[in-house]
Ligand binder design. Sequence first.
Ligand code: GLY
Length: 588
Amino acid sequence: MEWNQHRIALLSACLLTLPVTSLAKDNQQSADQLAPEAATGLTEQQAVTGKNWMVASANPYASEAGAEILRQGGNAIDAMVATQLVLGLTEPQSSGIGGGAFMVYWDQKKKALTTFDGRETAPFAVTPLLFQDEKGQPLKFFDAVVGGRSVGTPGTVRLMWYTHQRHGKLDWKKLFEPAITLAKEGFVVSPRLAALVEKDKAHLQRFEATKAYFFNEDGTPIQAGQTLKNPEYADTLRQIAERGASAFYTGEIAKDIVKAVRTAPGNPGVLSTMDLATYQVKERPAVCAPYRQYEVCGMGPPSSGALTLGQIMGMLSHYPLSDLGPDNLTSWRLLGDASRLAFADRGRYMADSDYVPMPTKGLLADDYLQQRAALLNSDQALAKAEAGNPPWDHAMRYAMDESLELPSTSHFSIVDKGRNVISMTTTIENGFGSRVMVRGFLLNNELTDFSFRSHDNGNPIANRVEPGKRPRSSMAPTIVMQKGKPYLAIGSPGGSQIIGYVAKTLVAHLDWGMDLQQAINLPNMNNRFGPFELEANTEAEQWAPKLETLGFKVQVKELNSGVQAIKLSDKTLTGAADPRREGKVIAK
Ligand code: GLY
């Protein structure tokens, strides 16, 4: 089978009118189709090479801001700050200072890999009933998302500040110049942003400040090609540039964030100035899983990213995928069922381990993954995929999680000339987050990454809402190590699809020998905890009848990954951006 992609990108208008009625699993499809982050276009991409440094982000302005900082002698941390600040302006639907992020960081001088957790926290005033109605039933997804109720304490500004204080090189203020200039002078609205505003206009128009920004005076949504200025964002950034993170977490900006959350019409939240003032970034050890001659390293709890990806790769390591190749049905059966088993464990065990006991080590234990891999030794799809019993000295057995995570988020990778490496996935959760805008930026809806139900049949759900807790994430910023050195920085947006996008790209590159760009372009075929999802309008669709004969349920749908990856070899850097979005790689 040839893997040339031919795509029709827009969703059909009739699908966009489907109602989303509850959190039940059978609503996954209609909810995904409504998500404003669904695919809107495809541009041709080519891998880029460089010798000194490289930035690969989801937006050309953001990549250019990072590149400019690297040209001025900044390091990867400096470039991360500049890139993130511009992403919040030019790709505001996906990430920004009103959200949270995870960063995996290789420090070349120390030869050390570490991770930084800038995940949002639940306000101290929440209860496990936050997303339930008066009868204890889960709220409809968008009833929970849109408004102040879903807003967690943002972590991105503290993450940028904390890491810059420890590892940055250039003056903090300098890193704000590209974003402030662009916000004042204006940027050209991309086709993707314009299409997403059009699709989400009913939600965006509910809030005065959001409407004023994303709609013209005549009421029309902003258009692709139009120049958009954001003087309020420029002013917010100026204050953070001058006074550091405390300008955001205390004082007038913090008060305005809290006011916007607590007065959001129809759906207020409970965020307080205390939540902001006490927010902390956490440095955590990277979670690594061996895969062939590599180690796949990333973000542990509260993200499920590295554990679920590590489980998938760990199970696959027992099968000769490189011999089987991409045209072999067995390869996709193995990928699909390894993913189903990993997602079953994820649903039962994974959450914020600062709050709930978790078998973090057991989930990646060799013997355990060998047992789980043995379940795949068949010529049929697994009849059912259930959570296993990883080695664990805790008696608790949790109920299955029920959170619904829709495609969203942004990923970027950076390597500086000193060979420090960043893999960062950053988000405001749903497209345009909570839709509540304050001082020129959107606030996240990260709290809807918690399970709406807190218990099932009397058993607690690990990822239930609790005060101060971080909602479980699927973000999987990854650095693949080889012989103790970084080999690949990679990650993707896409809600709980992120894990499958990264797994597919790793297998395509590491096992099937595809170059980075081919591996990213390869049509997406994901299996979470339900049907085998095949990327619409690609040759992935041709696998449908074959997978059905093995016993899989199949669903054809938009699967618009946004993988930005950089491969490091001794002399060269090779970068690739996902053609499904608007990413750009810049290198020297
Ligand atoms: N909100 C996307 C994620 O954390 O997975």
